[in-house]
Design a protein around this ligand. Structure first.
Ligand SMILES: [Zn+2]
Length: 244
């Protein structure tokens, strides 16, 4: 892809009977790599292989940035941290969940029961196994809105609550690239809002989309849907108006 320091990974597997393609991002600097989000529990080897294809070794990962507490983002943070010695950072509002001090917001038993009511037996077992032992990890540093991290020429933290209270997106002004995580999705090259079924606070999420639309953006990479370079700034502004 066109941005030297930015590598959009693909981690594919079947979960709950559906094919799931996730896009963690690897940002490569001379002093090591930064991994943005870590896939589902059980995907460690897939993630490791994807990282090794870019930087040769998992030990090159020096920092893990978690965009939020959802299980498909934190799934392998503990294992990558253990294998590489990388530090873990996340927004303060999601840290207690990521550290396992509070149950993951979207893993409460009622919600799960409702979600799994009509699921086949095997899917139900797979889901219950994953959510019964969420992969907690110690977070070393808290990220704040507007903070600029010395990564890939300057990486700006943009607090984008709604999908979770501590959800963040990451912005690279030099590349005019927005790593939206789940504040946006991309579907067949089109920028869309967050998935409504997994976004408890839709008002906050819409405000976050409007906030993102104020950035100068040429490309968006969404965790679910991947890269969009097709008029993404204009698409984002149109979406923000739609959600207003
Ligand atoms: Zn997600």
């Amino acid at each position: 892809m066109a941005f030297d320091a930015v590598h959009i990974l693909e981690v594919k597997s079947t979960f709950a009977g559906r094919e799931m393609l996730l896009h963690p991002v690897l940002l490569v600097d001379p002093d090591g790599a930064t991994l943005v989000d870590t896939g589902m529990p059980g995907q460690f080897e897939l993630l490791r292989a994807a990282i090794e294809r870019v930087v040769g070794s998992l030990e090159r990962v020096r920092r893990i940035l978690l965009t939020h507490q959802d299980i498909d983002h934190i799934g392998n943070a503990a294992r990558v941290k253990e294998a590489s010695g990388a530090t873990v950072s996340a927004h303060a509002a999601d840290i207690p969940y990521i550290q396992g001090e509070r149950p993951l917001l979207k893993a409460n038993p009622e919600r799960l029961r409702a979600m799994l009511a009509s699921a086949p037996e095997e899917v139900r077992r797979q889901m219950e196994a994953v959510f019964s032992a969420p992969p907690a990890v110690h977070v070393d540093t808290a990220l704040e809105d507007g903070q600029v991290l010395p990564i890939a020429g300057g990486l700006t933290v943009v607090a984008t609550p709604g999908h979770t209270p501590g959800h963040i997106s990451l912005y690279l002004p030099r590349e005019r690239l927005l790593i939206s995580a789940d504040a946006l999705t991309v579907q067949e090259g089109v920028v869309r809002g967050p998935n409504p079924t997994n976004t408890p606070d839709t008002r906050a999420a819409a405000a976050s989309v409007r906030k993102l639309a104020g950035l100068a953006v040429d490309a968006v990479v969404a965790y679910h849907g991947g890269l969009c370079t097709q008029d993404s700034g204009a698409q984002l502004r149109a979406l923000a108006q739609e959600l207003a």
